[in-house]
Design a protein around this ligand. Structure first.
Ligand code: ATP
Length: 235
């Protein structure tokens, strides 16, 4: 690839207290790409997203985004630089309805999608606009969690296991949503355990083991690389 990557992570290390969790993660994400982080439980995928977002207590190395070094920046500054993080636990407010949940994040930079555009992208959320968070299905909650970060004006979306715990038909819907976001010019880095799903959305895949990236596979080469991946992922 000739153009410089939108996100370049180099030698990223992270600690939780005394526990050294990332041991030099290196990866690139180009503008408009959808890239997955694959790997077993505990490989460090979530910590990688949290470290990019400035949400771990201690980190070092380099996180270069859109021409800026973000390794020393606070998470609010990282959000203003154009990155948003959607955690696995989704963080939907149970007592608020869908519209109220969508109104919560401040538009931190120009380009945050207005509510009407959000509802165009997520017609099923529009139907549920007045429903309380508690009344939503798992799939609707996941959609809402993704929709909400689009309000911030972020261009790079970090999604932690969006397919987790959802029925196959809902996983397909999430897949369509991610492909649509790519078409709209968003860049996505997502953690996945389900590599059948990863294959339907991503351009490339990084494999993590023991806090490092140990392999990279282009989506078109995924089937040919299955044996290797099975070894890494233990599936
Ligand atoms: P999973 O899918 O299980 O979340 P993962 O690949 O995302 O796996 P991480 O969640 O990043 O892995 O965890 C990497 C390592 O860091 C694990 O050994 C985990 O126990 C440890 N870890 C994660 N969060 C914390 C924390 N808040 N405090 C201490 N250790 C943590």
């Amino acid at each position: 690839e000739g153009a410089s990557p939108l996100l370049a992570v180099r030698g990223l290390e992270a600690w939780y207290g005394e526990s050294h969790v990332l041991h030099g993660v290196t990866l690139d994400v180009h503008e408009g790409e959808v890239v997955t982080l694959l790997g077993r439980n505990g490989a460090g995928k979530t910590t990688t997203l949290r470290s990019i977002m400035g949400l771990v207590p201690k980190r070092s190395g380099s996180v270069h985004y859109a021409g800026r070094e973000l390794i020393g920046a606070r998470s609010d500054a990282i959000a203003r630089a154009g990155i948003a993080y959607c955690p696995e636990e989704r963080g939907i407010f149970a007592s608020l309805d869908v519209t109220e949940n969508l109104m919560l994040p401040p538009v931190v930079r120009p380009g945050g999608l207005p509510l009407e555009t959000i509802y165009e992208l997520f017609p099923n959320l529009k139907e549920r606009a007045r429903s309380q968070g508690t009344k939503l299905s798992g799939g609707e909650q996941q959609m809402l969690a993704i929709a909400r970060i689009l309000r911030t004006g972020a261009k790079l979306l970090l999604l932690d296991e969006p397919s987790e715990g959802l029925a196959p038909v809902i996983v397909q819907q999430i897949g369509r949503t991610i492909r649509e976001l790519k078409q709209r010019g968003f860049t996505v880095l997502l953690v996945e355990q389900n590599f059948r799903f990863a294959q339907t959305v991503a351009d490339r895949h990084y494999v993590m083991e023991h806090g490092k990236v140990v392999d990279m596979v282009r989506n078109e080469d995924l089937n040919a690389s299955m044996d290797r991946l099975h070894e890494y992922l233990g599936v």
